[in-house]
Design a protein around this ligand. Structure first.
Ligand code: UDP
Length: 412
């Protein structure tokens, strides 16, 4: 049911030169209070996406700080579980409440197994990532033996009240909750302890180390893209909330004004997304006979993502809902402006008109693409601004500090 995920070792000392010295010292101090504590992180996916990126950096850093952090992902998932959790994910983000009692039962049964497995060990803290195992704590017999924290990565935007009323029964026993933004707290839910802190990029991770433009162009050429022509990219899991069809439509409009404009869709299909094929078919249908489209699904290696973020004229993140959207900060950190959907976590990362644009429609997206391609100096200035903004707001050590502080508060 739960499978260990291994991570490459990291050295927290490397952050000394990247982050504010006070924050660096604070983290060292806080880690002393958690030394030798056993912390279990559980997530659903070992196959990329924002949570994967986060844990890949966080776990080895906590270990390096003397904390016994481990990461386990769910495995041997029963049939129909992902259909149920996909619906929960959609409902959490505001879609229609369509879960059947049978699906809740499938969800609870799987979570019962997870609870049993976790209880069989001696953890000090259990951090449940996202919603798939959220129901585990409600199945635990002695809820006070370990501290349980729910860390949500979704845009918990105005869900159906009946759905929330059901979800709250799983949520209420949690000792602590971490949400990205204060407005993500469900109505009628009163967490015992709430921390709001966004996920953040890891500046030391090989994925985010700067790449020079020349090298980036050489990499993207390997995928067939012409680096002498303008090109835009969206990088995301293939998921309906990421609005890939909308990106294609915006590109088709912009292309009429910018002949030769290319679009790269760099997508990953996670194991638990059962609807990805429909989205890919939609993209194929819309781009039939079009020149300059690069559909790169499960094709671009993790270490080459940076090349797309560096060499693209613009990164697009046209999501319809977005908990945070790590890919936005990654792109800004690469010095590239981002045009993003005016939703959730994207709204806090893009200062409209400063490091890119927030857009509410396909047409607006297309207009902003045209504007930035026609004004390379404006695009460059935005990219530069974006990088500094990310440095101040969205680097991982801030989140590490906030998570540690929450755990220490719970020990008290
Ligand atoms: N990503 C990747 N390869 C891909 C597509 C996405 O490595 O083909 C990474 C992307 O760089 C980012 C993460 O997956 O680090 C997506 O995180 P985000 O928070 O944007 O979205 P989520 O998947 O969490 O909804």
């Amino acid at each position: 049911m739960l499978k260990d995920v291994s991570v490459a070792p990291r050295d927290f000392q490397e952050y000394r030169v990247v982050i504010d010295y006070k924050l660096f010292e604070e983290i060292i101090y806080l880690s002393g209070q958690l030394r030798n504590k056993r912390i279990l992180y559980i997530n659903s996916n070992q196959n990329r996406g924002g949570v994967y990126e986060h844990l890949t950096s966080l776990i080895p850093l906590l270990q390096n700080l003397g904390i016994k952090a481990e990461w386990k992902a769910i495995s041997e998932v029963p049939p129909d579980f992902y259909e149920a959790t996909k619906r929960i994910y959609n409902c959490i983000q505001g879609a229609e409440y369509v879960l059947t009692p049978k699906q809740w039962k499938i969800y609870e049964n799987f979570n019962k197994g997870i609870a049993k497995e976790v209880e069989g060990d001696n953890w000090d803290f259990v951090l449940v990532q996202d919603h798939q195992m959220l129901g585990a704590l409600s199945q635990v017999r002695n809820k006070r033996r370990m501290k349980w924290i729910w860390q949500s990565h979704s845009e918990t935007h105005n869900p159906d009240e009946r759905f929330v009323n059901h979800l709250i029964k799983y949520l209420q026993p949690y000792d602590g909750v971490i949400l990205y933004l204060p407005e993500y707290v469900f109505k009628n839910f009163h967490p015992k302890k709430l921390v709001t802190s966004t996920i953040a990029i890891d500046p030391i991770s090989p994925k985010n180390v700067p790449m020079n433009k020349l090298k980036a162009r050489r990499v993207i050429e390997q995928f067939g893209i012409n680096s002498h022509r303008p090109f835009i990219t969206q990088i995301a899991r293939i998921d309906s909330w990421k609005d890939f069809p909308g990106v294609v439509d915006a590109w088709l409009i912009a292309k009429k004004k910018i002949p030769g404009l290319q679009l790269a869709i760099v997508g990953v299909v996670s194991l638990n997304n059962i609807h990805a094929k429909e989205i890919i078919d939609q993209i194929l249908e819309k781009t039939k006979g079009e020149e300059g489209i690069y559909l790169l699904i499960n094709t671009v290696e993790r270490e080459n993502i940076k090349a797309f973020q560096t060499a693209s004229n613009i990164i697009v993140q046209k999501s319809l809902r977005e908990g945070f959207g790590l890919a936005v900060s990654e792109a800004l950190w690469s010095g590239t402006p981002v045009i993003g959907g005016n939703v959730g976590g994207i709204k806090v990362q893009i200062i409209n008109g400063k490091c890119g644009y927030l857009v509410d429609s396909i047409e607006e997206c297309a207009q902003r693409i045209i504007e930035l391609i026609q004004n390379p100096s404006r695009a460059r200035a935005m990219g530069k601004f974006g990088r500094e903004y990310v440095r101040k707001q969205f680097l991982l050590p801030r989140l590490i500090r906030d998570e540690m502080q929450l755990m220490i508060d719970l020990l008290d």
